[in-house]
Design a protein around this ligand. Structure first.
Ligand SMILES: Cc1cc2nc3c(=O)[nH]c(=O)nc-3n(C[C@H](O)[C@H](O)[C@H](O)COP(=O)(O)OP(=O)(O)OC[C@H]3O[C@@H](n4cnc5c(N)ncnc54)[C@H](O)[C@@H]3O)c2cc1C
Length: 423
């Protein structure tokens, strides 16, 4: 249902959700499953809803881009008011959100889930060059299909894959597409004419040591060059050069590399309207993200505000899988708060990154706040498996549209690996 109220009209909802993406829709659905009489509104400007985790498969030629999108109208749960505008200002002292069309929406409870902001503009020359002459990125619906065009038509040379210096959504995605590209180059018989390079602004391949060890074996097997502390700053499309700030013991030096194709993972940050609001972490770790308690997901200052998903300060890897576990915790705690009872549900930081290491191969990297491997399946999660490829390629998209967004339960708890020792 679209709310076509006039500009500046005052509105009130019992629960207001900012953002109708993976987190906003999942939470709205779960709330209604618990109590269908709740008055819920979702503020969401887009008329489309995207299944972003499949964009890696699109870039690798394994999924059609048109199968990653549905009309938002079909995702908003029946009974929820859809206000098709965006939040531009937050006034938590007055329980109010101001929209881009000047509406002032009042709430009893607020859930903040507008996702992460992609800062394409922070790489000089990227906005002008993306989508042509070998410059691609899976981090947008508009460009993911072009990645496959580049890989499919590649004739050899330098193939560069970047990772920025900021938090990003799905920390594994920048390297997953590289492993698919490597396989595609081998299948095309051009791998021996190709240098595959992973240029990362950070100093490790993955934050969880157990999975990093598995990935380093993949990198070695595939003969991929790792270039750590390489932060992409500019694309010079005319000369097909990528400019990196490289951190060395002596300081930062500029390094220019020729590319024949480059897959860019752009820098990302909290949405500006969050950064500039009283709901953001003011300083230190998590600065700019919505300031929530990492266990209960309740705001640390404004008790009637909650957050989950990519925009939250939750110190875990930003994935849709993490939202699957955050949403029930938020819902239970919000309903407890509404009944003035203690907030008992706790989130353990669970997240999951299906690390595609080639066609038909996935390491199902599940972990929590302690960075220890976990597994939903009775299998060692560090191994590359065809079964996990089937889960990633065929099962998870179905689960997302048909179970998660509908507020339905569909999986057991991932268990910590008994006796696990960090390696
Ligand atoms: C290439 C790629 C690969 C990925 N791979 C995986 C994977 O394998 N596994 C996995 O679990 N996750 C993966 N992810 C991450 C996953 O898609 C995100 O973590 C998840 O979508 C975050 O959900 P969210 O609701 O926080 O944000 P989103 O789903 O991005 O939704 C945010 C919503 O808020 C809306 N919005 C923005 N600004 C405003 C505003 N001002 N006012 C109102 N609404 C606003 C947006 O229009 C959007 O609909 C991947 C992502 C990408 C891009």
């Amino acid at each position: 249902m679209t709310d076509n109220s006039t500009v500046n009209q005052k509105l009130h909802h019992q629960i207001l959700i900012i953002g109708g993406g993976a987190a906003g829709i999942t939470v709205a659905s779960q709330l209604l499953v618990k109590n269908h009489q709740l008055d819920i509104a979702i503020l969401e400007p887009s008329d489309k809803h995207f299944y972003q985790p499949a964009w890696t498969l699109v870039g690798g030629g394994q999924f059609r881009i048109e199968d990653t999108v549905k009309p938002e109208a079909l995702c908003i749960p029946p009974g929820v008011n859809w206000i098709q505008e965006s939040a531009v200002k937050l006034d938590p002292d007055n329980n109010t959100v101001i929209t881009n069309q000047g509406k002032s929406i009042n709430y009893d409870y607020l859930i903040v889930s507008p996702g992460i902001q992609i800062d394409w503009h922070l790489i000089e020359g990227l906005q002008e060059s993306i989508g042509k002459d070998g410059v691609c990125s899976n981090y947008s619906f508009a460009h993911a299909a072009y990645t496959w065009e580049v890989i499919r038509n590649f004739k050899g040379g330098n193939a560069i894959f970047t990772f920025p210096a900021t938090p990003i959504k799905c920390g594994g995605a920048p390297q997953k597409i590289m492993y698919l590209a490597d396989d595609a180059f081998r299948n095309a018989g051009i791998r021996n004419q190709t240098n595959v390079m992973f240029c990362s602004a950070v100093g490790a391949i993955f934050p969880v040591p157990a999975y990093a060890q598995s990935l380093l074996k993949v990198v070695e097997r595939k003969n991929i060059q790792l270039q750590f502390k390489h932060n992409l700053r500019a694309i010079r499309a005319a000369t097909k050069e990528a400019v990196f700030d490289v951190t060395t013991d002596a300081g930062i030096e500029q390094v220019v590399m020729k590319y024949d194709m480059i897959h860019v993972t752009p820098p990302m940050s909290p949405p500006d309207f969050i950064k500039n609001s009283k709901l953001a972490v003011a300083d230190g770790a998590g600065k700019g993200w919505v300031n929530v308690n990492k266990d209960t997901l309740q705001h640390n200052v404004y008790g009637n505000v909650f957050s989950l998903g990519d925009a939250s300060s939750l110190p875990t890897s930003k994935t849709a899988a993490a939202i699957r576990r955050q949403a029930p915790v938020l819902v239970e705690n919000l309903l407890a708060l509404m009944q003035a009872t203690p907030l008992k549900a706790h989130y353990n930081g669970y997240t999951c990154c299906p690390l595609i290491t080639g066609y038909g191969k996935v390491i199902m990297a599940e972990f929590d706040y302690t960075n220890q491997p976990m597994s939903t399946f009775p299998l060692d999660p560090r191994e590359e498996r065809y079964s996990m490829w089937v889960v990633k390629r065929h099962i998870l998209p179905w689960v997302y549209w048909n179970r998660m967004l509908k507020g339905k339960k569909f999986e057991g708890d991932a268990l910590k690996i008994k006796g696990w020792k960090p390696v």
